[in-house]
Design a protein around this ligand. Structure first.
Ligand SMILES: [Zn+2]
Length: 325
């Protein structure tokens, strides 16, 4: 399964994870999770490797003297002038939401040519530009229409109509190819994308700048939160929530001038313990990867499939149809 990882530091995850279970840092948690769930483990290892420069085992956010932050304190940290009114419409029941057909949501990471050092693991999350363009072209030629999270949530919660053959196209982390290649390709087909940004990387080499995020938002794409530094939510104490969620939301709202109401869990790892913090921060929806939804709060566990860079356009389409029924 992990052939080809070689001397990748991610292998060390297993050793520490074995000892620590879910109690310690992100790397330990991921290790434990990988042992439990082999079917998506390779994707998780890749995500960890890609994001390794931003992840450390030092939370650095807990301060024993600081008053504990409760979920209900979260909204007080955010700027109400940006956030506006929440809908007063009555949502349908959870049972009805779960009974609705799932709408396909694709998840891409880096868009750039492969390099010689890219192994199978890297290729899970790096798609060459020509292939990304082919993916978008086949979606358009097959009659798909891109939707944004508000379209999806209005459909799930209130039964609002969606266009024929809806698809959501999402991108994680904020690497620069998403702007250079992703935006013009999406727009050439009239598509709009959803960009989950880890704000620590904004403006760094290889990542999109604040000005680029603002431009994308102004052009109708959606900018949303992927935490501050990509730690898994499974590790958060209340102080970490303040930094990772409220901090990233505030930063992004400062850049775009628009409310951030959507979140993607780093590595797709989630826990019901996250829901109160997400809800209290005004999140309408939170996105996982291809694991099962939570049956009590499915809007906090909206499914996506990670699109590896070695799926040709037909394979992407087949997987899209197979995974969302
Ligand atoms: Zn990520």
């Amino acid at each position: 399964m992990f052939k080809g990882v070689g001397d990748c530091p991610a292998l060390r995850i297993f050793a520490v994870g074995k000892k620590a279970g879910f109690g310690g840092c992100l790397k330990e948690n991921v290790g434990f999770f990988l042992m439990k769930n082999n079917s998506i483990s390779r994707v998780l290892v890749t995500l960890l490797v890609l994001c390794a420069p931003f992840v450390s085992c030092h939370q650095g956010t807990a301060n024993p003297d600081e008053k504990d932050l409760t979920p209900s304190d979260m909204s007080s940290l955010l700027d109400t002038s940006v956030r506006g009114e929440v809908s007063l419409r009555q949502p349908v029941s959870v049972t009805e939401i779960l009974s609705r057909r799932q709408i396909p949501v694709l998840c891409y990471h880096r868009i750039r040519p492969w390099t010689e050092s890219d192994g199978r693991i890297a290729k899970d999350n790096v798609i060459p530009p020509y292939l990304f363009k082919a993916h978008m072209r086949i979606l358009a030629d097959s009659g798909y229409h891109s939707i944004l999270p508000d379209d999806l949530l209005d459909h799930l919660e209130y039964g609002d109509a969606l266009p024929d053959k809806p698809v959501m196209i999402t991108f994680d982390d904020g690497s620069i190819g998403q702007y250079d290649i992703g935006i013009p390709t999406l727009e050439s087909h009239g598509f709009r994308g959803v960009f989950f940004i880890m704000t620590i990387a904004t403006g760094r080499k290889g990542y999109m700048s604040a000005a680029q995020l603002k431009e994308m938002s102004d052009r109708g794409h959606l900018i949303a939160s992927h935490t501050w530094d990509h730690h898994s939510v499974l590790t958060y104490d209340s102080a970490a929530w303040k930094v990772q969620l409220a901090g990233s939301v505030k930063t992004l709202e400062g850049i775009t001038g628009k409310p951030v109401r959507y979140f993607a869990y780093p590595f797709g790892l989630w826990s019901p313990a996250a829901f109160p913090y997400l809800r209290a921060s005004g999140m309408r929806g939170a996105f996982i990867l291809a694991t099962k939804r939570d049956t009590t709060d499915p809007l906090m566990t909206l499914r996506r499939i990670n699109v590896p860079g070695y799926w040709n356009e037909k394979a992407m389409l087949q997987n899209l149809k197979r995974s969302f029924r």
